[in-house]
Design a protein around this ligand. Sequence first.
Ligand SMILES: *Cc1c(COP(=O)(O)O)cnc(C)c1O
Length: 365
Amino acid sequence: MIYVTQPSLPNLEEYTKLLEQIWESKHIANIGTFHKQFEKKLKKYLKIENISLFTNGTLALIVALQALRITGEVITTPYSFVATTHALHWNGIKPVFCDINKHDFNINPNNIESLITPKTTAIMPVHVYGNPCDNKKIQKIADIYGLKVIYDAAHAFAVEKKNKSILNWGDLSILSFHATKTFNTVEGGAIVTKNIKLKKRIDYLKNFGFVDETTIIGHGINAKMNELIAAYGLLQIKNINNEIKKRKQKVKLYRTLLNNVKGITIYKDLKKTKHNYSYFPILIDKNSFGKTRDEVYEVLKKNNIFVRRYFHPLISQFSTYSGLASAKKTNLLVATKLAEQILCLPLYSDLENVTIEFIVNLIKK
Ligand SMILES: *Cc1c(COP(=O)(O)O)cnc(C)c1O
């Protein structure tokens, strides 16, 4: 059976050695040495100034919104994993859905301004499949209207534009280290910000709001990463460049084999962008391909290839959000169309070339 992704794990012997240190010290939680080392290594690797580690990406999103005191309405994309919008709801914020671009699957900055109301306090875009958003246009709108910008960068670990990390954009970015992501710590997440004061506030909030034993500075939560996971993450950094390199080779093979197949759209690397090859999305146009996306999905499934339709349904189509005015299809024409055509093919570093050939042949047949 072939799934859309398969996690890479650290070397078990090396991990056992680190676990022995933890067993020795008995320091298993509450920001120990591995937590500190992992933050330090990530800062260097990702070319960023500050990072706060979390138990998962969703809690990082929820705390990010708390840390910036976001209220009212936030303009976001319906073309994402549902956690993006759920994090707004958990903060009592009304999501306002904005349509996306066809070329990169990201929020279309030209549609943002018309959605701004007196209640709007922030824009929350997603770098979908690790494709960098149009940060310049988004930031320009944010600066004019005094809005914060929170990037859901769950797909964008190690992504760079013009040799600089895109995690430095906006007021902050959140990462997810879930097992299904390019870089995993089993489960995990982080907030990245250039603002050291904000980083401090985030660190208090992820630890119940404790500043010291007797002082609380806010309604904090418990979202800290533990030592067993931090040690695991520390080892994963050693592998990540090799991981991305192998993924790139798989993508290259897919692109070669799927080139010029009528009715199938594949995507090239974006200009001046260092990708992490987190997903391999294709679009299937039923009119020119002759079969619908769902027919292709079913054929692959019958052959034990379990691909995913990320992101179908759109978040705006779930019953929890479909009643919102901005969830109307007429407001989300591009997103609606892409959600009907999208298919993410299996992609991970240990995926065999013969399997890729098998998958592509099934699609072509
Ligand atoms: C995975 C993901 C999240 C949630 O991260 P978890 O670590 O699973 O909580 C949030 N947003 C996007 C876009 C994701 O893909």
